[in-house]
Design a protein around this ligand. Structure first.
Ligand code: URA
Length: 268
């Protein structure tokens, strides 16, 4: 069971010694006003999240935490980077900030839904191809694109077969406010994939004969990017509950191929 001073240190990203001192010096109490002077007090996981008061301010201690973020363009999906601002720099005053990790990555020139979690196992399941979690992207395209091949898989330039679940034209009125639509855009489309290879969506549209000039991820599994969440903003979300039933896909998800017609019985 976690000690309350360690929980406090993890949640508020402070040193353990400082957290211990806060308890010993009588600056921490329960919301009911009972002083908490024992830094070694153990908190049952079932009691979390729990509230405590430090110097009169309410703090909530969590064992795990998740957020959804609306990633802006020009920001790199990394905790640290020498050249560009990072998605991590956009996060402030968030519990367990030191333990939060982004779920997958979006390119520098891609906006939209980025999930974060403190749970390594959940992160693994959300990103591993075996779990085939659908990701929905809205794309602004330089020109028309070819339809997906009917009777054979679409292969990318290196022979990789992306798990494409859907491709459809997108009306401008339905475009997410966070999708950048440059002037030269000729088509808009929504693409759903259940895999997450490097530059996958850009490479899929390249294989279909066009170029992505604006890209925004609008959903990850059943989690949708709220239309009113501004670029750079974030919201808490319980990914643990949402993805509790996430199991490996039975077999790799593929577009259904039409069954070959039955051969008529031969006359001879
Ligand atoms: N596909 C891309 O091409 N880029 C992303 O950032 C995500 C998916």
């Amino acid at each position: 069971m976690p000690r309350v001073d360690r929980l406090l240190a993890r949640n508020l990203s402070m040193g353990r010694r400082l957290a211990t001192r806060l308890f010993r010096s009588g600056r921490v109490c329960t919301p009911e006003g009972v002083s908490l002077r024992d830094p070694a007090l153990q908190i049952k996981p079932s009691e979390l999240p729990c509230e405590i008061i430090i110097d009169g301010h309410l703090e909530v201690l969590h064992a795990r935490y998740h957020i959804l973020q609306n990633k802006p363009l020009g920001v790199v999906t990394a905790l640290r980077d020498g050249r560009h601002p990072t998605v991590r720099e956009l996060l402030e005053d968030i519990p367990l900030l030191g333990e939060l990790r982004p779920v997958g990555r979006l390119d520098l020139d891609v906006s939209g839904l980025l999930l974060w979690t403190t749970e390594g196992d959940l992160l693994h399941r959300l990103t591993h191809p075996r779990y085939a979690v659908p990701r929905v992207y809205q794309a602004a395209l330089r020109g028309p694109y070819a339809p997906l091949p009917e009777d054979e898989p679409l292969l990318l330039d290196d022979g990789y077969e992306p798990a494409i679940l859907g491709l459809e034209a997108l009306e401008r009125a339905d475009a997410h406010p966070s999708l950048a639509i440059p002037e030269e855009t000729e088509r808009l489309a929504t693409l759903t994939v259940a895999s997450g290879q490097f530059h996958e969506v850009k490479r899929i549209f390249a294989a279909l004969g066009t170029e992505v000039i604006g890209l925004c991820r609008t959903a990850y599994g059943s989690v949708e990017l709220p239309r009113d969440l501004p670029l750079g903003g974030n919201l808490p979300i319980d990914l643990h509950a949402i993805f509790a039933d996430l199991h490996p896909a039975e077999r790799p998800l593929r577009k259904q191929r039409p069954k070959p017609e039955a051969t008529p019985p031969s006359a001879c």
